[in-house]
Design a protein around this ligand. Structure first.
Ligand SMILES: Nc1ncnc2c1ncn2[C@@H]1O[C@H](COP(=O)(O)OP(=O)(O)OP(=O)(O)O)[C@@H](O)[C@H]1O
Length: 339
C-alpha cells in the first residue's frame, strides 16, 4: 500500500526545499573555517559566497522543468546538487526519492546528464564513442538505438571532430540517453547552434518528453523555455524570483497592440478606455486585458471604416517578462516558492 511519502515520490521526481549552496573561500584553512562557520548558528554570515540562497521547487514525473537566469544566477550550482555532484550547504533535496549526494549510487543509474561540453576524444568515431560510454553505463540500451533516437545512425563511422556543432550536441544527448534514464538533465543543449539545428534539437527534446522522460533544462534562451517547458523558474542572484507555467509567468506582464494611426485620425480620437502611446503615426497600447482592448479597438475601427496598417497584437513574451525581472521591476511578485 502506498504511504503519503510514496505517493509524493511517485509524483515528484525532484523535491527541493530551502536549498542553499555556499562556495568556501580558497585555501585549506579558510575552507575549514568556512565549514565550521557554515555549521554554526548564524551560518548566513559564513565566509565564502552563497550561490544558492534558499530555493524550493518540485518537478513532477514526466514534466519538462526549465531553470532560467542571467549569468551567475546559480543554475549550475543548483543542478550540480540535483545531479549528486555536490552536497547542499543547507536545505533538503530528494531526487527519485533519494538524497542524490549520499545515495548517489541509487540515483546515478536512473539519471542522464547532457553536459555543456561532452569533451570526448575527437579522434574516435561516433560509434566508438557511444560504445565506450555504454561500457561505463549501467544497463545501457543498445548503442544503435541511442544513435537512432537522435538521428545519428548514418554518422556512426564519422570521427567526432568531423561532426557539425549540432551533431555533437546530438551525440552528447545520445550518450545521456544510453542508460535509458527516467530523468535527464540538459545543460544549455542548444548553445551555439544555428536556428534550424536548435529547432531540430527541440523536436528531439519534445519526443523524449512524450516518451515520459522527466527533463530538467537549463538555458539562456527564453524562446527555448517558452517552446519546451511545462513549468519554469527564473533565478536571480541565488533565488527563484518567479515560477510557474510559461503562460502564468507572462500573464502578469502587459500585452502589446501596435498599429499605424490613419493620416486623417487624431490621437485624441482613439477609444478612450485604451490608453495609448503615440509616436508620430505609430501607436502602441500596453494592456493586461488584451482581448477586451483589441475588441474595443477593432469595433471602433470598423465603425469609422478605418484600416489599421501594421496591426500587431501579442501577449508578453517570456523574454519581456525576464527583462523586467532582471531590471528588478517584479520585486513585488518575488516568490521563493515554485509551485
Ligand atoms: N567554485 C566556485 N567557487 C566560488 N564561486 C563560484 C564557484 N562556482 C560558481 N561560483 C559563483 O557562484 C555564482 C553562481 O554560479 P553558477 O555557475 O551556478 O551560475 P549559472 O546561473 O549557472 O551561470 P551561467 O549561466 O553563467 O552558467 C556565480 O557568482 C559564480 O561566480
Amino acid at each position: 500500500m502506498h504511504t503519503e511519502r510514496d505517493t509524493d515520490t511517485d509524483r515528484h521526481v525532484i523535491e527541493v526545499t530551502a536549498l542553499r549552496r555556499r562556495y568556501g573561500p580558497p585555501g585549506a584553512k579558510a575552507a575549514k573555517r568556512a565549514t565550521d562557520a557554515k555549521n554554526a548558528p548564524g551560518a548566513k554570515n559564513a565566509p565564502g559566497f552563497e550561490a544558492v540562497r534558499g530555493i524550493s521547487f518540485t518537478v513532477a514525473r514526466g514534466e519538462l522543468f526549465a531553470l532560467l537566469g542571467t549569468n551567475g544566477a546559480g543554475k549550475t550550482s543548483t543542478v550540480e546538487v540535483l545531479e549528486g555532484l555536490a552536497a547542499p550547504t543547507g536545505g533538503q533535496v530528494r531526487v527519485l526519492g533519494h538524497d542524490p549526494y549520499r545515495d548517489r549510487a541509487a540515483v546515478r543509474s536512473r539519471i542522464g546528464v547532457m553536459l555543456q561540453e561532452g569533451g570526448f576524444p575527437s579522434e574516435l568515431t561516433v560509434m566508438e564513442t557511444a560504445r565506450m560510454w555504454a561500457g561505463c553505463t549501467t544497463g545501457a540500451r543498445p548503442v544503435g538505438e541511442a544513435l537512432e533516437m537522435v538521428g545519428l545512425t548514418a554518422r556512426g563511422a564519422v570521427r567526432v571532430k568531423q561532426l557539425s556543432g549540432g551533431e555533437r550536441r546530438r551525440l552528447d544527448l545520445a550518450l545521456a540517453l544510453l542508460g535509458n534514464p527516467e530523468l535527464v538533465f540538459l545543460d544549455e543543449p542548444t548553445t551555439g547552434l544555428d536556428a534550424e539545428v536548435r529547432r531540430e534539437t527541440w523536436e528531439l527534446v519534445r519526443r523524449l518528453r512524450e516518451q515520459g522522460t522527466t527533463i530538467v533544462l537549463t538555458t539562456h534562451y527564453l524562446d527555448e523555455a517558452e517552446a519546451l517547458a511545462d513549468r519554469l523558474a527564473i533565478m536571480q542572484a541565488g533565488r527563484i524570483v518567479v515560477s510557474g507555467t510559461p503562460a502564468e509567468v507572462t500573464a502578469a506582464r502587459p500585452a502589446h497592440i501596435r498599429f499605424q494611426l490613419p493620416e486623417h485620425i487624431a490621437p485624441a480620437e482613439l477609444p478612450l478606455s485604451v490608453p495609448a502611446a503615440v509616436t508620430g503615426r505609430r501607436v502602441e497600447i500596453r494592456t493586461l486585458r488584451l482581448q477586451d482592448a483589441l475588441t474595443e479597438l477593432l469595433l471602433w475601427a470598423r465603425d469609422k471604416d478605418l484600416v489599421l496598417d501594421g496591426l500587431d497584437a501579442r501577449s508578453a513574451s517570456l523574454e519581456e517578462a525576464f527583462l523586467e525581472i532582471a531590471a528588478g521591476q517584479l520585486s513585488e511578485h518575488v516568490t521563493e516558492e515554485a509551485a
